[in-house]
Write a protein that binds this ligand. Structure first.
Ligand code: URA
Ligand code: URA
Length: 287
């Protein structure tokens, strides 16, 4: 293989797992609260051929690459895990009915449960925490990583942060069935430390597959870890609020993490403003 082709393949693979030198973060609407925009239409998923070209050959050895930092604050050597053909196959089927998407997510959950890419996390977890919600939800909620309760119960956002998130959901008048909820990581980091860049990269293929199957119109990033890893930026949450970023066919909104609100009660008001901004954009009236 020529060097040029190898680089092109690597770049394609990095893009397929969401890491890119090419800025793909576009603020598309700054403070558009007064102008309720029509929801973005769902784009057709890429064709099998397009996807095939974007997925690294699974038989290739893991590649080491100098990557732009993904929320870590500095460039690091990260090892891109070989893409799993069974994950690519699920996405390539472009599940469209609710039942098909449910089935694809279920199969993906099984693949994730067997993952041991992050040795430390895999050896300590009670179980993987995949995601819950409507498989064709308009809105995806993206958190950071499971905590103790999530690790025990196998569901995202069931501990104290999750209870606060539930209260926020109730107040916004969003319904649980509008939502699909998952995290950057599917395993609990010890002591709830932040995900390492390598761990986020290891788990990215699964997050991307969940996004590709659910195809949400909106992704709400709860906290800096979710936003920085998803969008590959390091902008503070305070400067990302109340605007939309484009990620694939989804519009991304960033706000503070519920755990942050538990420690900084004064920020609850800011999250409430962000939810009102979002509700207004959706044409819904918050409480
Ligand atoms: N915090 C998160 O970010 N995710 C969870 O699932 C639970 C707590
Ligand atoms: N900084 C973060 O990274 N996340 C928050 O939720 C708040 C501040």
């Amino acid at each position: 293989m020529t060097g040029k082709r190898a680089v092109a393949q690597l770049l394609q693979h990095l893009q397929s797992v969401g890491v890119s030198h090419v800025p793909r973060v576009t603020p598309i609407a700054r403070r558009v609260a007064s102008a309720v925009k029509p929801a973005a239409s769902r784009q057709a998923p890429p064709t099998a051929a397009q996807r095939q070209s974007a997925v690294a050959r699974p038989d290739e050895a893991p590649q080491r690459a100098r990557l732009p930092s993904a929320g870590a604050g500095r460039d690091q050597d990260l090892a891109v895990p070989a893409a799993l053909p069974e994950v690519a196959a699920l996405v390539q089927q472009s599940p469209s009915s609710r039942a098909e998407r449910e089935q694809a997510l279920c199969a993906l959950q099984g693949i994730v449960a067997a993952c041991a890419r992050c040795e430390q996390l895999a050896s300590r977890r009670t179980q993987t925490v995949f995601g819950v919600g409507n498989p064709e939800a308009r809105i995806m909620f993206l958190g950071e990583a499971p905590g103790r309760e999530e690790d025990e119960q196998g569901e995202p956002f069931v501990g104290p942060a999750g209870q606060l998130l539930n209260r926020i959901i109730t107040a916004t008048k969003l319904r649980r069935e509008d939502l699909y909820i998952c995290n950057i990581l599917r395993c609990r980091p010890p002591g709830n430390r932040n995900p390492l860049p390598q761990e986020a990269l290891n788990c990215r293929e699964f997050l991307q597959a969940q996004i590709d199957v659910v195809r949400p119109e909106y992704i709400v990033c709860w906290g800096g870890v979710a936003a920085h890893n998803l969008l590959n930026v390091q902008t503070p949450v305070s400067r990302m609020r109340q605007q939309f970023f484009q990620y694939g066919s989804a519009q991304v909104l960033v706000t503070y993490h519920p755990s942050y609100l538990l420690r900084n009660a004064e920020a609850k008001k800011l999250v409430w403003e962000d939810m009102q901004f979002f509700m207004q954009h959706l044409g819904m009236q918050a409480n």
